[in-house]
Design a binder for this molecule. Structure first.
Ligand code: ZN
Length: 261
């Protein structure tokens, strides 16, 4: 058992970890805001990173998906090509630390830009996860919202080369993600704003804060009087306004600060 930071006297390298733990201890209504960086540690690629999928292959716009059967087939082909990666991904130490903060009542909820469902898989209730960009682990009808499971759609796609329209209403079926050019989900955006305005601590974990409007939430929290902490491997545009910035791995940092393995 390593000795705790308090017993050893704070080592310079761990001073920011101790400060993070102290700030978390003071919080009563924290919000954790997560981005790709927390999930890359589970093997989910960051589509936007240099060398990521979207730098090699243009994303398909929502308008094209709706207008073109060929674009829909290409969208599904790409999605099913990723399925083994998504299915193999499990929550990591960072997800477990976030789940512990919610379980302890320190954090009211997690707001995420991720679409992989790993926060729910870590044990956080659906009602405590606000997904700003939707969820790629299932599909739904764009018209009536009927849910469809990917495994069944994949079998049909591999047999017929196509995903059929909604059995209930004939609408187009698409993963439950927010695509490029698709409107942000109103309910999730409203809820994220309410949670942000009620927060006394806003922890950014693994987001470079470049994708708006999602990246506006930490700024809103800070302007509203919350403490702002940023844990991200690379610098972000909001580092200058944060109370504490840690350019470190997400899982080990949040794990150490919360005592979670
Ligand atoms: Zn439908």
């Amino acid at each position: 058992m390593p000795r705790s930071i308090d017993e050893t006297g704070v080592m310079p390298a761990d001073r920011d970890l101790a400060e993070l733990a102290r700030i978390i201890d003071l919080a009563r209504r924290a919000i954790v805001f997560t981005g790709a960086g927390i999930s890359t540690e589970s093997g989910i690629p960051d589509f936007r990173s240099p060398g990521g999928i979207w730098t090699r292959m243009a994303p398909i716009d929502f308008a094209d998906f709706v207008a073109s059967a060929e674009a829909r087939r290409e969208t599904w082909r790409r999605r099913f090509a990723m399925e083994d990666t998504f299915r193999a991904a499990a929550p990591n130490r960072g997800h477990r630390a976030v789940a512990a903060l919610v379980e302890r009542g320190t954090a009211a909820a997690v707001i995420t830009q991720n679409i992989d469902g790993l926060h729910q898989a870590s044990g956080i209730g659906e009602d405590r996860v606000v997904e700003l960009h939707g969820n790629t682990t299932y599909a739904h009808c764009l018209d009536c919202a009927q849910r469809y499971e990917l495994a069944a759609l994949r079998r049909t796609f591999e047999r017929d080369g196509d995903v059929p329209p909604c059995a209930g209403c004939g609408g187009l079926v698409k993963t439950a993600t927010v695509s490029f050019g698709q409107a942000m989900p109103e309910a999730a955006m409203r809820r994220a704003r309410e949670l942000t305005l009620a927060a006394d601590l806003f922890i950014v974990a693994g987001s470079s804060l470049v994708v708006y409007p999602a990246a506006g939430f930490p700024e809103l929290a800070k302007r509203n009087g919350a403490r702002l902490v940023i844990v991200n491997r690379e610098p972000t545009g909001l580092d200058g306004m944060a109370d504490l910035v840690l350019h470190r791995a997400i899982g080990d940092t949040l794990g150490a600060a919360t005592g979670i393995d």
